[in-house]
Write a protein that binds this ligand. Structure first.
Ligand SMILES: [Zn+2]
Length: 327
């Protein structure tokens, strides 16, 4: 059997896998922590050693796929900068290690959320799905899209940075990217408590509530916000109403722009708090939607969507993801 070598460079984990392209099954996976340093060669070095332990004794397809955190220069095969990796390394070359080791002749590099969207669409294409939006609400907020059966990649592979769409033009909260009023700054797991803290400072969370006490004491676990929401704490109820409008604005804006048939929602904030989304966020989306709401579905591949999508990008020889510069 010939296997496609696929890599997923995440902010936390680096995954190297082998995918059987006919069944889309991940047949082997090596998962190592992503090095947290500003040194640009650290990720390629970790990639080299993970590669060697994964591919022993396997006949590889001539090309490989890499899904990665962005922003990217997909033509050059590089991560331009990695804002969610400690040290924020820039110009990280994730294509050359695969070619230099003589493993493959060609590499396809695709943003991890675009790869996930590609995988989720591929799994549904035989059902006739041509237009699919994938959104993950996790530590950050990411998205990818396939329209008319074609992945939307952009000039250098950075289309669909949906977490950085403006949901609040007042710019109440700064985003990690340097912009203001971006969805991710309010709605991601990494920022939900910063949003609550700012509201508390401005007097928008009622005192003598459990959420007020938790935020005031420096609490950092976003799941506590949702636990208090379920316990009907008035502070959490007030906060979650604001949070729901932010999540609804982000999702509805994407639907209005893209007109997808299917919306695949994933990520720990969504999957761990479906009740909040079903009861509060989805009904509020109707307030912002111009178009009909798409069918909401769960990810088929879970956390493996990006690595499977990387293998698919490679097997379909996806133009726009092909790395042209070889060193
Ligand atoms: Zn931003």
């Amino acid at each position: 059997m010939e296997a496609v070598l696929a890599v997923d460079v995440g902010a936390t984990w680096l995954r190297v896998g082998l995918v059987d392209i006919s069944s889309l099954k991940l047949i082997k996976l090596t998962k190592v922590p992503t090095p947290q340093t500003h040194y640009s060669d650290a990720i390629p070095e970790a990639l080299r050693s993970a590669l060697m332990s994964t591919i022993a004794g396997v006949r590889l397809h001539r090309a490989a796929g890499v899904a990665s955190i962005g922003p990217l220069d997909s033509t050059a095969g590089e991560i331009l900068k990695a804002p969610n990796v400690v040290g924020r390394p820039s110009r990280v070359d994730v294509a050359s290690p695969l070619i230099e080791l003589g493993l493959v002749e060609e590499v396809y590099l695709i943003n991890d959320c675009n790869a996930a969207a590609l995988a989720e669409w591929w799994a549904r294409r035989t059902e006739g799905v041509e237009d699919l939006l994938y959104v993950t609400i996790s530590t950050g907020i990411g998205a990818g899209c396939v329209l008319s059966s074609r992945p939307l990649l952009g000039r250098r592979g950075n289309a669909m940075e949906l977490g950085h769409v403006v949901v609040d033009p007042s710019g109440y909260l700064p985003c990690g990217c340097g912009g203001k009023g971006h969805w991710e700054a309010y709605g991601s797991g990494g920022n939900v408590l910063a949003f609550a803290r700012r509201l508390l400072e401005d007097g928008h969370i009622p005192k003598s509530t459990q959420l007020w006490a938790y935020v005031d004491s420096g609490g950092r676990d976003p799941s506590e916000v949702f636990r208090l929401y379920r316990a009907a704490d008035p502070g959490a109820a007030a906060f979650c109403e604001r949070l729901a409008s932010i999540q609804a604005a982000g999702l509805a804006s994407a639907v209005n722009v893209l007109d997808p048939e299917v919306l695949v929602l994933g990520g720990s904030v969504y999957l761990g708090n479906r009740d909040f989304f079903v009861n509060d966020v989805f009904p509020m989306m109707e307030r912002y939607l111009m178009l009909e709401s798409p069918v909401m579905e769960d990810p088929v591949f879970g956390e493996h969507s990006p690595i499977v999508g990387a293998a698919i990008a490679c097997s379909m020889e996806l133009e726009g993801a092909r790395v042209l510069k070889r060193k």
